[in-house]
Design a protein around this ligand. Structure first.
Ligand code: ADP
Length: 169
């Protein structure tokens, strides 16, 4: 045991940040598994002005609240700050991110290393995708929904309805 890292025994709060535009079954799988590993899991929607989202922050929060309501230790929130600052504000211990591919890994490693530099207190933990969802992304779901394709096995029914309403199918 080194004295570099203080050992703290208390409830662990994890934050799962992302765009969730909209939430897919791949995200939900990570949320369900994350909620089993931590005492509290905050799903945090990043309000990123440089991206042009299909769903507003309010719509994304509402969809996330609906599809995560069965897990009592999961909360849904939004933020428009650096993730590491948000972690301090929420007293979060761990950032959870999902990895689908080697391409995800390269980007996520860069992100995690930057966050480690900015706030060494905060740990990033990666969860491997459920292979069932390794190809699944919000962009792919939007693309299929745009052309009226079947998305019933890719998103929750409430999200499917919301997408149909956006694209008027
Ligand atoms: P961001 O814009 O931050 O990448 P996303 O909503 O696309 O936001 O993704 C949020 C997190 O969820 C990321 O860590 C991403 O790798 C992960 N993720 C997205 N889709 C899946 C999936 N199908 N399986 C596992 N993790 C996923």
């Amino acid at each position: 045991m080194t004295d570099t890292y203080e050992y703290v025994c208390r409830p662990r709060t994890a934050v799962y940040p992302g765009s969730f535009d909209p939430v897919t079954l791949g995200h939900l799988d990570i949320i369900e598994r994350g909620a089993r590993q931590f005492d509290r899991l905050i799903v945090a929607v990043l309000n990123n002005s440089s991206k042009k989202p299909l769903f507003s922050i309010e719509e994304r929060l509402e969809l996330l609240r609906t599809v995560t309501k069965r897990w009592p230790n999961v909360e849904v929130d939004s933020f428009s700050d650096l993730t590491v600052n948000y972690m301090d504000a929420k007293n979060g211990d761990v950032i959870v991110r999902g990895i689908r591919s080697v391409t995800d890994f390269e980007y996520e490693l860069q992100l995690a290393s930057t966050n480690q530099k900015l706030n060494p207190r905060v740990e990033t933990i990666f969860m491997m995708t459920n292979p069932k969802y390794s190809y699944l992304s919000s962009s792919i779901v939007k693309e299929i929904a745009h052309y009226g394709g079947d998305i019933s096995e890719l998103v929750a029914p409430e999200v499917e309805t919301a997408l149909r309403n956006k694209y008027k199918h």
